[in-house]
Design a protein around this ligand. Structure first.
Ligand code: Z5A
Length: 210
């Protein structure tokens, strides 16, 4: 039996993560792999409440440190109640964002020292890291244009373009630093080409793990 894997999907707003997650789930199921689809912040009752606080506008002046700690509080809950039990039971976990988003948004975006994030990462996660991270990379104007077609902007979506430029650059830096884990996909391409790249990356990963 193939060892259960932890797959994460990352990217700036409007990169197409939702579409990508569905495709990954379909592909893994077609290969007979049981999986758990989940998201961050969120994935548990407490995590979803924290998500509402983080994305809503009730606390628009929230401090950067409070934001960072709430991301990790939601993650601690998520790991204990969803991610670790699923992996222990042999189910693959496919997660819409994880700690790379904290490095990208709170670190590169907000300017929090990356070493402080690394300390929290080790504290909350121990050795747990994703086995595969798909980074959907799009130029910021393309992502924002796509995201703008949707509902009212959340607390992050209200940030200005330079914030998202830092986030995107942060993601690309993280991908360069961990090439064995990351697969960067040019998500500005038409959907059929993005889908083909995702399927190829997932198949290669499953084959290598079998
Ligand atoms: N956050 C953080 O700061 N720190 C952390 O540690 C974590 C998160 C974990 C919520 O994330 C926020 O939390 C997020 C970062 C922060 N910031 N915000 N906002 P989220 O993942 O829930 O929110 P999101 O980034 O807005 O994701 P989303 O709504 O799921 O967007 P998406 O999945 O990337 O996009 P989409 O809905 O799949 O696609 C957008 C549109 O583009 C849609 O109409 C598609 O049909 C279209 N699309 C997609 N691909 C294509 C292509 N290839 N061509 C043309 N059109 C396309």
């Amino acid at each position: 039996m193939t060892r259960a894997a932890f797959i994460t999907v990352e990217g700036i707003e409007g990169a197409g993560k939702s579409t990508c997650l569905e495709l990954i789930a379909q592909r893994l199921a077609a290969r007979g792999i049981a999986l758990q689809l989940t998201r961050e912040p969120g994935g548990t009752p407490l995590g979803e409440q924290l998500r509402a606080l983080l994305l809503g506008h009730k606390h628009d002046g929230m401090s950067d440190d409070a934001e960072l700690l709430m991301m990790f509080a939601a993650r601690a809950e998520h790991l204990q109640h969803v991610i670790e039990p699923a992996l222990d039971a042999g189910r693959w976990v496919v997660c819409d964002r994880f700690t790379d988003a904290t490095y990208a948004y709170q670190g590169y975006g907000r300017g929090i020292d990356l070493a402080r994030i690394a300390t929290l990462e080790t504290w909350v996660q121990g050795d747990r890291r994703p086995d595969l991270t798909l980074l959907l990379d799009v130029p910021v104007d393309v992502g924002l244009e796509r995201a703008g077609r949707r509902s009212a902007p959340d607390r992050f979506e209200r940030e200005a373009q330079p914030f998202f430029e830092r986030v995107r650059a942060g993601y690309l830096e993280l991908a360069r630093a961990a090439p064995q884990r990351y697969r960067t996909i040019d998500a500005a391409q038409p959907l059929d080409q993005v889908s083909a790249a995702i399927v190829a990356a997932v198949d290669a990963f499953v084959d290598a793990r079998s």
